[in-house]
Every structure is written in structure tokens, then in C-alpha cells.
Ligand binder design. Sequence first.
Ligand SMILES: Cc1cc2nc3c(=O)[nH]c(=O)nc-3n(C[C@H](O)[C@H](O)[C@H](O)COP(=O)(O)OP(=O)(O)OC[C@H]3O[C@@H](n4cnc5c(N)ncnc54)[C@H](O)[C@@H]3O)c2cc1C
Length: 329
Amino acid sequence: RDPSLKQANAGQSLPLQDVTVIGGGPAGVSSAIYSARKGLKVTVIADRFGGQVKDTMGIENLISVPKTTGPELVGNLAEHMKDYDITLKEHVRVESIEKGNIKTLTLSSGEQIKTKTIIVATGARWRELGVPGEKENIGNGVAYCPHCDGPFFKGKDVAVIGGGNSGIEAALDLAGIVKSVTVFEFMPTLKADQVLINQAEKRENVTIIKNAATKQIVAENGKVTAIEYQDRATDEVHSLPLAGVFVQIGLVPNSQFMKGVVDLTQHGEIVVDNKCKTSEPGIFAAGDVTTVPYKQIVISMGEGAKASLSAFEYLLAHEVEDEAESQAA
Ligand SMILES: Cc1cc2nc3c(=O)[nH]c(=O)nc-3n(C[C@H](O)[C@H](O)[C@H](O)COP(=O)(O)OP(=O)(O)OC[C@H]3O[C@@H](n4cnc5c(N)ncnc54)[C@H](O)[C@@H]3O)c2cc1C
């Protein structure tokens, strides 16, 4: 990565920060740049700079950039950050947060950072099926995001794994683009809302197979060609030829370390209001880790900007108290 970004060595202690951003994906980078442009002292802590973007091959929905790739976008994020005085700590994780007017973050390296505000932008990860052929074929037929990858399967046969709301919504979304969608649900009944099920049942190119366990995703010459599934009532294994498999069995927010620090939903998303404020004063959150709907790059970038403007507003309102406290420290 670019050596000209101000890299802080693990172990080297930093002065009190105005804003500490946890996460180096689109939301985190956007928060950091917006904060630095306000003249604030900013540190970014990123376990893996680039986040999910690093795992993405084709990106065609970042408005104003007709086509890019994940690695190219990660390079541009780093390049843009380099224009500002931002400290970046990579390959370390935030393990815990001590609340207070001045907050303390403890990193996996043992280092502690004191900060006036925190922006949590730790993203999420798609829950994987864990069957043979899944991991190996991500980007070659195995996909997780219908908004992102649906158009790559125009006119082809695809499957959606998961019959919850996100699975049925994905099937409806894909039905307008692809030739056919087969939805596989593990249980004997679908978990999605009836209104969505009714819509899916009306589509001629959507088939729903219930009580089916996905066994394997088959690929030839580096491209997905079929799915093997087992009818759980008869134990018979079937093979369905197709070009793509969309796994829709849940998105897991990276928020475990925030338990007890801010309010989370039962699914682990950080609850934010429309200014990216969490339940804890001075702690903001942005992007896929939050309750904001539709997990997308452009949305994460916008939310990151919003979180930093809220943090700036908070700092202005708390300027006097903070100064008094830091002088006492
Ligand atoms: C395969 C794939 C393809 C996709 N394609 C598209 C697409 O074409 N278009 C689109 O708009 N969206 C796409 N998405 C979704 C998009 O990538 C996400 O919506 C977006 O990256 C979310 O940004 P974020 O900054 O909120 O989180 P992330 O990108 O998940 O970044 C999270 C960051 O936090 C760090 N982190 C996590 N926990 C800690 C911790 N405890 N301490 C320190 N750092 C931590 C991570 O290392 C990472 O740097 C795709 C996603 C995937 C997986």
C-alpha cells in the first residue's frame, strides 16, 4: 500500500484524537476524509483496508464511475486519503471501547487510543453456506449481492439460496434480468412475508423448491455450471444446471466488540438515527454495520460523510467541556 499515507507504528502512542474511525472500507474512508477536511485530528484503524470492496471484482453502480474493480477502487480510496493528514493503523483490530467524555479504544496490539469521538464503520460479512464449490467460485458464479451482480447474469439461469425476505426479494429483483430463478429453502416452509411470496409465485420465471439442502456448487473451467441439492423428504440428490448462485442466508454485522457499548438490534446492527448517532453520545456509526437499509458502496460513502459531519457538530457543542478535560488529563 501507499507508503505516503501517514502510518502509525503499533505501540507508538498518539495524542488525544478528535475523531477515531474504526474501519477502512468506503464508510470509514469517507468519514476520515470529511473529518480531516474540517481540520480535525483523525485516526483510522482498519483490520483490512478496503473492506468488502477488496473482495469485489466488477463494480458498475458507483455513480460517476461507470466501471471499476474492487482493487482499483481500494487504490483510489487510499490515494484520496493520502491528500489529507490522516493517521492510518492497519492490520490491527479494535477489541474494546471504554465510554466517557474522552473515550479509550484498546487495540489487538495492546495499544490504547484516547479520542473525543468515534465513528464505527466496521461493515458486515455475508453469511456463507459452507458447501464445496462456494468459496472457490466467488466472482465466477457465486454471488451474494443481487443489486451488485444481478446484471452480470442477464438472460441466464440462476438460483437463490434462502427463502427469507432477502432471498425472495433477491428472486424478485433478479427475475426481471435473468432467464430463470430457482429459490432453494432448507425448511419445509418459506420464512418470507406472505406479500413477497405471493409476488414471487406470480412470476413465471421464478420456481421455489422447499425442504432442500444445498450440497455442492459445481464449476467447470472456472465457471459455475450447476447446483446439487438434496430433497430432505426423500434424501434424493438432484442436479440443476445454472450459471449463478446467489446466497441470501443473512448478513452478519462486525459489531461484537460494540455489545454493551451502544444499542444493537437482535441481528447485531448498530442502531443509528438519521444523523448516524448511536445510543452513546460521541459515538457515531456508518455503513453496513448499522441499521441503515440497503448495503451498498455509494450508501456507505454517504453515511460516512454524514457520520463525520455529526461528529463535527458534536465536537463544536462539546468544545468547552473537552478542553477542560484534556487539560486535566
Ligand atoms: C463480493 C461482494 C461484491 C459486492 N459488490 C458490490 C457492488 O458491485 N456495488 C456496491 O455498491 N456494493 C457491493 N458490495 C457491498 C459493498 O462492498 C458494501 O456495502 C460496502 O463495502 C460496505 O462498506 P463499509 O465501509 O460499511 O464496510 P466494509 O467494506 O465491510 O469495511 C469494513 C472495514 O472495517 C474493518 N473492521 C472490521 N472490524 C474491525 C475491528 N474490530 N477493528 C478494526 N477494523 C475492523 C474491516 O477490516 C474493513 O476495513 C459487495 C460486497 C461483496 C462482499
